[in-house]
Design a protein around this ligand. Structure first.
Ligand SMILES: NC(=O)c1ccc[n+]([C@@H]2O[C@H](COP(=O)([O-])OP(=O)(O)OC[C@H]3O[C@@H](n4cnc5c(N)ncnc54)[C@H](O)[C@@H]3O)[C@@H](O)[C@H]2O)c1
Length: 378
């Protein structure tokens, strides 16, 4: 079964998604195939990149033209955050399904407005978050929900970058509140840290946060300098109910973490066991056990153990481009009612849940106080 796709926003992520479609033949048990038909972007250079994709028959600057195309079934939108609400709602009202990029609106109110239109239109919508599709992420999720680690004592879920340590890195829309949102790094990286805890039902009921900024100005790419006003690092210390126990859950998102490159990690420790996984050691899954009065860390060497099987041999290792493809397989199979018990993409309710966490984090930092989250949609 073919599904016709359109992309709105063919920048970094729009092109990444396109390449994952181009090697769809890697998947062996996925009876749904995405066919990229149309792209909308304001930048003519971006549009010309898509000339190399033979299936693309429509390249336009006005996204309304692709929404009017009756051939299109699903739209993937990857544009700056201040445009999410309008474009997502336009996609839904045009009768298309949507894979939306995080953070799913520039703030909590925008995410709730989008959710309302999803409920009104009944369209199938998920939010992009690919890292839990890594074999290490999937295994950590399984260990956490197996109950084998006893009473959960502490959870740390984080996403770290170091790219902003370079003061000469030019500014872009992600470094400006007007386009990235007041949440700054929360909006930029927060979904990556929140997705697995939210899927496990571990949403903080109250939290304390510490937010931090880096360079106040950066090169504008045109020979001058421009002001950058976003938060760059965020530490969220939350309290969750896990099996009737109040449990610390720490969520971290940083653009200024010396030594880190796209480092996503999760650590869940319990009274009987624990699990640790980090993309900085892609193949290493660490499992903690206690037995015979001793404490052990076991390292399991992960192979290509993805939920959606591929032609790639199990002895190889998985990377970012693979999990982008896994996420799309999950989206398309769930949309077709064929996902079964495999891991689904982040739901709109989970995306709104992330914004509830971010809004509380902003309030907590501003007031230097513990903030109780509002009752939520997720
Ligand atoms: N899932 C992930 O791992 C991941 C990684 C990076 C970015 N993102 C998300 O993807 C989205 C896009 O980020 P990016 O890094 O690709 O940004 P980008 O700046 O590289 O690309 C954005 C594109 O949108 C285009 N655009 C702007 N306004 C438009 C309009 N009105 N109509 C059509 N196109 C328009 C721009 O010309 C640009 O090509 C954001 O929501 C971001 O948070 C997700």
């Amino acid at each position: 079964m073919n599904v016709n796709i359109a992309i709105i926003g063919g920048g970094l992520m729009g092109r990444e998604i396109t390449s994952s479609f181009a090697r769809w033949c890697a998947l062996v048990d996925t009876p749904v195939t995405p066919v990229l038909k149309a792209v909308a972007d304001l930048n003519p250079e971006v549009l010309s990149w898509f000339e190399k994709i033979p299936s693309v028959t429509q390249r336009v600057s006005d996204y309304q033209e692709i929404l009017a195309n009756p051939e299109i079934d699903v739209v993937y939108v990857a544009v700056p955050h201040h445009l999410h609400e309008q474009i997502y709602i336009d996609v839904l009202r045009a009768g298309k399904d949507l894979l939306a990029e995080k953070p799913f609106g520039i703030d909590l109110q925008a995410s709730r407005n989008i959710l309302k239109v999803i409920e009104e239109t009944g369209r199938f919508v998920r939010c992009s978050s690919e890292l839990p599709f890594l074999p290490g992420g999937q295994r950590a999720f399984e260990v956490a929900r197996s109950g084998k680690i006893g009473r959960v004592l502490e959870v740390v879920s984080a996403f770290h970058h170091s790219s902003d340590l370079d003061p000469n890195k030019p500014a872009n829309w992600k470094r400006i509140n007007a386009t990235c949102g007041e949440g700054g790094v929360l909006n930029d990286l927060g979904m990556h840290s929140c997705h697995l805890p939210l899927r496990l039902g571990w949403k903080p009921k109250r939290l304390f946060s510490q937010l931090q900024k880096g360079y106040a100005e950066r090169p504008d790419g045109k020979g001058g300098m421009m002001a950058c006003d976003t938060w760059d690092n965020a530490l969220i210390h939350g309290w969750c109910d896990i099996d009737g126990h109040e449990t610390p859950v720490r969520l971290e998102m940083k653009r200024l973490q010396p030594g880190a490159t796209n480092t996503w990690f999760i650590e869940i420790m319990g009274t009987e066991g624990g699990v640790r996984y980090s993309t900085s050691d892609t193949k290493g899954l660490y499992l903690f056990e206690r037995s015979g009065g001793e404490q052990f860390w076991k390292r399991s060497e992960l192979g290509f153990e993805t939920a959606f099987k591929t032609v790639t041999g199990g002895i190889f290792e998985v990377g970012f481009t693979d999990v982008i493809q896994q996420m799309w397989a999950s989206f398309l199979l769930e949309r077709a009612g064929l996902l079964g018990d495999r891991f689904g993409c982040a739901t709109p309710e989970e995306a709104v849940g992330t914004h509830e966490i971010f809004a509380a984090a902003l309030e907590s930092h501003e007031t230097s106080s513990v903030v109780t989250l509002e009752p939520s949609a997720s």
